[in-house]
Ligand binder design. Structure first.
Ligand code: EPU
Length: 421
């Protein structure tokens, strides 16, 4: 297993280009299952999650080639197993979003139930309830959910809770249903809008994506598409925090600033200078950071995927910050690791009190999930001395070559291959 070693204390300076958004890309890959025509996805990040999804598409009968630009030929899917097996769903929960497209286009699918994951229980009840409302017959057998429907039919459905994947899954299914579907209390994340944009390119009739209700008028068949993925707001936010905590000056080329209002607002509250320029976002860290209170919310609120990174910023601020996690029940796993580096954080249920001030010190720490890993890298950049991060495969799920790109900004960071543990 690889490890990352960081000698902290360098001010980051320079430019970094933000890659395509992982969470948008994964769903666009799934959308290819709604057609039998060829599809192309451009501006893809090189990430293990994207490779896992390509592998799943291959397992389902798609021909998949390329990496930065992925070509998908889904013509063979009808003859494939129409099943997302345990091994793949276990590796990546987003595998469950093949359900809607497979069901809508091929009348059947079998998907391993994801169970819990590191950041929480993460049920898929809303995905299933929504598909059931469109007429799916659902059975749970031997750890798999089986869904059947000759042809889905449009319906009105109100989500009990705001779910990004649930909204995307049911929206995709509804594109091929007979009649009109109205989905309410939907997720408004840019990744939902981005998926709707691709579906519309395929000939789907969708309105309202990005708002609280989405209307979909079903069509009989969908075409292929060619689409370049929007840049990643969370990757951009992570680099922004890197610049902020190192008192750096970094230009985030292509940063999707329109999707980053909540993050930018909190950075500014902490005293970070964020300049929106034509090329992207320039982030200048202050000599002294101010504390910030944060509560994660569905978009356009503050993203849960930036919570761990902002906690590192809070540890560097002069004073006390309160960070509340409302989306996932177990997303403070970075806290004990940050504590090993000297962070003073107390967790009370869904909230963490962060008493910033004392400089973090390098330590041996372990990555536990994707964003927790990112927070450890950020902590390592600012810490006094050497930080060694193990289990960095979590990082590779969502950040392409992060150590090379940080090195390009002046960080002293290296990856060692084949470290133990
Ligand atoms: N939920 C339910 N029932 C459902 C679905 C969700 O109760 O049927 C709950 C979840 O347990 C959670 C909340 O609703 O408490 C929100 O979950 P959501 O469905 O919105 O999350 P997701 O679609 O599984 C995506 C991202 C996550 C990101 C969340 C929230 C992808 C592939 N993943 O997950 O990204 O944290 O939305 O914004 O799009 C990451 O990139 O690190 C990551 C975890």
């Amino acid at each position: 297993m690889d490890k990352i070693v960081i000698h902290g204390g360098q001010r980051l300076k320079g430019e970094v280009t933000i890659h395509g958004a992982k969470n948008a890309a994964l769903l666009i890959q799934c959308a290819a299952l709604l057609t039998d025509r060829k599809c192309a996805i451009r501006h893809l990040p090189r990430l293990s999650d994207i490779a896992t999804m390509s592998e799943l598409l291959g397992h389902l009968g798609c021909e998949v080639t390329g990496d930065r630009t992925l070509k998908i030929d889904p013509a063979g899917v009808g003859e494939g197993p129409r099943e997302a097996p345990y091994e793949m769903v276990k590796t990546m929960r987003a595998s469950v979003t093949v359900m809607g497209p497979l069901l809508a286009r091929h009348g059947f699918c079998r998907v391993s139930l994801p169970g819990g994951c590191a950041i929480g229980a993460r049920p898929i009840d809303q995905h299933l309830k929504g598909l059931e409302a469109l007429g799916a017959k659902i059975a749970i057998k031997h750890g798999y959910v089986e869904l059947k429907a000759k042809r889905l039919r449009g319906a009105n459905f109100v989500f009990d809770t705001v779910t990004v994947g649930g909204t995307q899954n049911v929206m995709m299914a509804a594109t091929l249903a007979k009649g009109v579907t109205r989905l309410e209390n939907v997720a408004r994340e840019p990744e939902v809008e981005e998926l709707a944009r691709v579906l519309v390119k395929m000939g789907a009739r969708i309105s309202g994506a990005g708002g609280t209700a989405i209307e979909i008028e079903g069509v009989d068949a969908l075409d292929g598409f060619d689409h370049a993925v929007v840049p990643d707001r969370i990757e951009a936010g992570t680099f922004a925090v890197a610049a902020a905590v190192t008192r750096g000056d970094v230009m985030l080329l292509d940063a999707p600033v329109d999707h980053m209002h909540a993050t930018i607002a909190k950075l500014e509250e902490a005293g970070v200078e964020c300049r929106v320029e034509n090329a992207g976002l320039r982030v200048i860290g202050p000599e002294r950071l101010s504390p910030v209170d944060i509560s994660t919310r569905p978009y356009p609120g503050f993203p849960t995927d930036m919570q761990a990174q902002m906690m590192v910023l809070a540890t560097c601020a002069a004073g006390q910050s309160l960070i509340t996690e409302t989306i996932f029940e177990n997303r403070f796993m970075h806290v004990p690791e940050l504590a090993c580096m000297g962070a003073d954080v107390t967790v009370h249920g869904h909230s963490a009190v962060v008493r910033g001030g004392p400089r973090l010190t390098g330590a041996e720490v372990m990555a536990t999930d994707l964003r927790a890993s990112a927070s450890l890298v950020l902590a390592g950049l600012v810490a006094d001395g050497t930080t060694e991060i193990r289990r960095v495969y979590h990082l590779d799920r969502g950040y392409e070559a992060i150590e090379k790109r940080l090195r390009g900004l002046g960080a002293n960071i290296r990856r060692f291959h084949g470290a133990k543990g």
